[in-house]
Design a protein around this ligand. Structure first.
Ligand code: MG
Ligand code: ZN
Length: 189
């Protein structure tokens, strides 16, 4: 079975701007589309896993997010197999308040990917710019890469150290993370 790379969205694929509320706020990071292409060509399945509590906060609606993901999907060459998001927030509302199991650092979105797409963990990886992205992989056999293209890396690294879950690698951005992954044992190992 092909392994899967799970990708965070904001700060990993597109510029971190707080909340992306509409397509005109989308800015794909330099080299991100080519990096996605390289992963695909190397034989990885690609799944985006993203917290979008802006829905529970009433900042945008599910249909706005669908439009945003449509645009981003096109901008990344149509190579992402699924866009999975958590719309919830513990203090939110708009139909999405309260606790859930899919908000990162919970692993719910990874398990959704397994149920919906039949992905499996071995040989896979998770790439994100925040501690909570990587923490969702805790206990799973996924390589983790913290990229520095979103949130300030020092704070995220410190949080991961406090949690006893340091990243397997740190990279400036997605292209550098892909360089590292593709130097490794590879999807068919
Ligand atoms: Mg992020
Ligand atoms: Zn959720």
């Amino acid at each position: 079975m092909k392994p899967t790379v799970f990708l965070d969205r904001d700060g990993t694929l597109n510029r971190e701007v707080g909340f992306v509320r509409s397509v005109d706020q989308l800015e794909v990071l330099p080299g991100a589309a080519a990096a996605v292409r390289r992963l695909h060509d190397a034989g990885y399945r690609l799944v985006v896993v993203t917290n979008q509590s802006g829905i529970a906060r009433g900042l945008y609606r599910q249909q706005d997010l669908a439009a945003i993901h449509c645009r981003l999907h096109d901008q990344l060459g149509g190579l992402i197999e699924a866009w999975l998001h958590c719309p919830h927030h513990p203090d939110g509302g708009h139909g999405y308040g309260g606790e859930c199991t899919c908000r990162k650092p919970g692993a719910g979105l990874l398990h959704q990917a397994r149920e919906l797409l039949g992905v499996d963990w071995p040989g896979g990886a998770l790439i994100g710019d925040s501690a909570r992205d990587l923490l969702m992989a805790r206990g799973l056999p996924l390589r983790t890469v913290l990229v520095h293209s979103g949130k300030p890396a020092d704070g995220e690294r410190q949080q991961l150290q406090r949690e006893g879950f340091p990243p397997d690698h740190e990279a400036a951005d997605l292209p550098a993370a892909v360089d590292w992954l593709l130097r490794g044992p590879g999807p068919h190992a």
